[in-house]
Write a protein that binds this ligand. Structure first.
Ligand SMILES: C[S@@+](CC[C@H](N)C(=O)[O-])C[C@H]1O[C@@H](n2cnc3c(N)ncnc32)[C@H](O)[C@@H]1O
Length: 372
C-alpha cells in the first residue's frame, strides 16, 4: 500500500530498513517481538560490534535470525502459526539483544538527528531492548509504563506440581519439619504493565539547534498535557486501571476534578476497535489501543512528520499516524496481516478526512491505497 503519505508493505523489517534513506525519519514508534528463540543450536554471537560491520555483514547476520521464532505472544493459534508462540520459555536473552541491535542500528541510521524511538517491550526482556538501543548509539531518555487491567497470570500451580512429583518420584524427599504447604504458591504475577523504551538519536549539537535544524530532539509537551493542563507523566493507564485507581481513592469514584487518574493519561478507547480489525476471521493477537499510539506519536513527531514502524502487526501505528496527520512507513513480515492494515488505513483516512461528501472520500481511500 503506497501513496505519498503512507507506505505499508509486507517485508522483513531489516531488509526493508536497509532500503530507507539515512536521516529521513522523524520518529520510530513500534511494538517489536518481545523475545526470540535462539536461531540454531550452534550459533554464537559475534564479538564484533554491529557498528563495525558492513551493510552486507549486517544483512547476512540478520539472515541467521530469519527463521528465529518470535516468542512472547498470546495467541490461541500459536501452534498453527510459527510466528506466535508460547511465551518466554525458549527465549535466548543474549540473542534477543543482538537481534535488537541489528534492527535498532538501522533505526538509528534512518532517524534524523534527535529523532525519538518508542519501542514496547516485555517485562522479562525489555532490559535487553533498552541495552541494545544504548549499545547502538541511542540515548535512553525514559522508561514509560503502559498499565492495563486485562492481563491474566500464566502461573504454575506449585501445589499440584509438588503432589505429582511426590506421587511419581522414587527419591526419598524429606517433607518433614519444617513442612511447607505448597498449595497456593505460584510462579508469576498478573501482568499489569508493559515497559516502553523512550530513546533519542544523538542531537545535532544542542536541543535548540536540533529542533531548528531538523524539527526533532524534543517532546511535544503541550500536545499531550493532562486534564487541567498538567505536565504529562511517564505512566499511561488503560480505562480499567484508571477506574481501579479512582475507586481506590475513598471507595467511590471521585468527581471529575478530584479523580486520582487525572494525574495520568488514560485511554478513551475507540468503540469496537478489535472487531473493526478482524477481517475474514483473521485478527492480530497483540493489538495496541489506537488512542495510546496516537498519544505517543503526538509526543515525539513534529507536525506532518514521518513515523516509521518496522513491526506493524495489524497497523495500529499506521492508523494512529494517519489520524494525527503524519506520514507513515510500516513493514510487516506476515502477509496475512495486510488486509488488517488496509482496513485501518481506510478507517483512518475517513476519520482524518475533513467532513466532505462521504462517498467521494471512501472512493478516494480505495484508489489511493492500492496494494502493490
Ligand atoms: C507485537 S506485534 C505488533 C502488533 C501491533 N502493535 C498492533 O497493534 O497490531 C509484532 C509484529 O512484528 C511482526 N514481525 C516479527 N518479525 C518480523 C520481521 N523480521 N520483520 C517484520 N515484521 C516482523 C510480527 O508478525 C508481528 O505482527
Amino acid at each position: 500500500m503506497r501513496n505519498q503519505r503512507v507506505d505499508a508493505r509486507v517485508s522483513d523489517a531489516h531488509a526493508a530498513l536497509l532500503a530507507v534513506r539515512s536521516g529521513t525519519v522523524d520518529a520510530i514508534v513500534t511494538d517489536p517481538p518481545y523475545a526470540i528463540r535462539r536461531p540454531t543450536a550452534a550459533s554464537r554471537i559475534s564479538a564484533t560490534p554491529v557498528s563495525d560491520l558492513s551493510t552486507d555483514q549486517r544483512a547476512s547476520e540478520w539472515l541467521t535470525y530469519a527463521a528465529a521464532e518470535m516468542l512472547g505472544q498470546q495467541s490461541a493459534n500459536w501452534r498453527a502459526k510459527a510466528t506466535h508462540s508460547r511465551g518466554y520459555a525458549d527465549n535466548d536473552p543474549a540473542h534477543f539483544q543482538r537481534w535488537c541491535e541489528l534492527w535498532l542500528s538501522e533505526c538509528l541510521r534512518v532517524l534524523k538527528p534527535g529523532g525519538h524511538l518508542i519501542a514496547f517491550g516485555g517485562t522479562r526482556t525489555w532490559h535487553r531492548l533498552a541495552t541494545a538501543a544504548e549499545v547502538v548509539g541511542f540515548e535512553v531518555r525514559d522508561s514509560l509504563a503502559w498499565m492495563y487491567g486485562t492481563g491474566y497470570p500464566k502461573s504454575l500451580d506449585v501445589g499440584s506440581a509438588v503432589e505429582r512429583l511426590l506421587a511419581s518420584s522414587t527419591r526419598p524427599w524429606d517433607v518433614s519439619e519444617p513442612a511447607v504447604d505448597w498449595r497456593g504458591w505460584g510462579t508469576t504475577l498478573k501482568p499489569a504493565f508493559e515497559p516502553v523504551v523512550l530513546a533519542r538519536a544523538p542531537l545535532d549539537g544542542t536541543v535548540a539547534n536540533t529542533v531548528l535544524g531538523h524539527r526533532t530532539g524534543a517532546l511535544n509537551i503541550d500536545r499531550i498535557r493532562l486534564e487541567g493542563g498538567r505536565w504529562p507523566t511517564n505512566v499511561f493507564l488503560d480505562e480499567d486501571q484508571a477506574r481501579v485507581l479512582d475507586a481506590s481513592d475513598d471507595g467511590t469514584v471521585g468527581a471529575e476534578d478530584s479523580r486520582p487518574s487525572r494525574f495520568f493519561w488514560h485511554a478513551k478507547p475507540g468503540r469496537l476497535e478489535r472487531e473493526r480489525v478482524t477481517i475474514n476471521g483473521i485478527t492480530h493477537p497483540t493489538v495496541k489501543p489506537v488512542a495510546l499510539m496516537r498519544e505517543l506519536i503526538r509526543m515525539v513527531t513534529p507536525p506532518d512528520g514521518t513515523v516509521l514502524d518496522p513491526f506493524a502487526g495489524s497497523g495500529t501505528t499506521v492508523e494512529a499516524a494517519i489520524i494525527e496527520g503524519m506520514r507513515c512507513v510500516a513493514f510487516e513480515r506476515e502477509a496475512s496481516y495486510m488486509p488488517l492494515i488496509q482496513a485501518r488505513i481506510n478507517y483512518a483516512t475517513r476519520a482524518a478526512a475533513p467532513p466532505v461528501d462521504q462517498t467521494q472520500a471512501e472512493g478516494q481511500a480505495e484508489t489511493q491505497y492500492a496494494l502493490f
